[in-house]
Design a protein around this ligand. Structure first.
Ligand SMILES: [Zn+2]
Length: 190
């Protein structure tokens, strides 16, 4: 191997490491934001469960299927089993829901990538309905981070207005008294 191709190899390796770090950070942040935005559970659970399926990078190479990247840990069956375990351990539905949001977001994102996920595991079929999107491209990453930041911002605004306005019930009562126009009127025009 000559010096320049060695250098190209090193650059490709570095590129792959940066790509993976970006993907890990995105999965963790999306999981964190979903749990923070949609539940009252510690968002660090979202971070961990958002990242968890990619723990399969740690499987030794000689273990083989399904202990490979995008194998067992990227299957709906694994997610359901894990969430059942989480529920049994915590006896808390919110915790299970939070874990489900985070791991579900990971599987949803990966399912759109060209490699897809193994939807029908343990059936060993090549069926892959993925649209083949570059889910960790810079554009997709920017989109996912913006969405996650949006969820966090929404949650922060919601919390602040909730703290400022402890008597929202009165407003609700008032609104209920207003007759609302029915957009369903068109159904009579058949
Ligand atoms: Zn993954």
């Amino acid at each position: 191997m000559n010096e320049s191709s060695e250098r190209t190899d090193k650059r490709m390796e570095l590129g792959r490491i940066l790509f993976l770090l970006g993907a890990f950070a995105t999965h963790a942040f999306v999981g964190y934001a979903l749990v923070r935005g949609c539940t009252d559970v510690d968002p660090r659970l979202g971070l961990a469960f958002g990242l968890l399926p990619d723990g399969d990078f740690l499987f030794p190479a000689d273990w083989g299927w399904p202990f490979v990247h995008r194998g067992l840990t990227h299957t709906p069956l694994f997610a359901v089993g894990l969430l059942a375990g989480l529920y049994l351990a915590s006896r808390n539905r919110s915790v299970a829901l939070a874990g489900g949001l985070a791991i579900g977001s990971h599987l949803a994102i990966d399912s759109l990538s060209p490699m897809g996920i193994r939807w029908l595991f343990p059936l060993r079929t090549a069926w892959n309905p993925s649209p083949g999107l570059a889910v960790h491209s810079p554009a997709a990453t920017a989109l996912l981070w913006t969405a996650a930041l949006g969820i966090l911002a929404f949650r922060a605004i919601q919390r602040r207005s909730h703290d400022r306005e402890p008597t929202t019930d009165h407003k609700q009562e008032h609104d209920d008294k207003q007759p609302t126009p029915t957009p369903d009127a068109t159904t009579e025009l058949e």
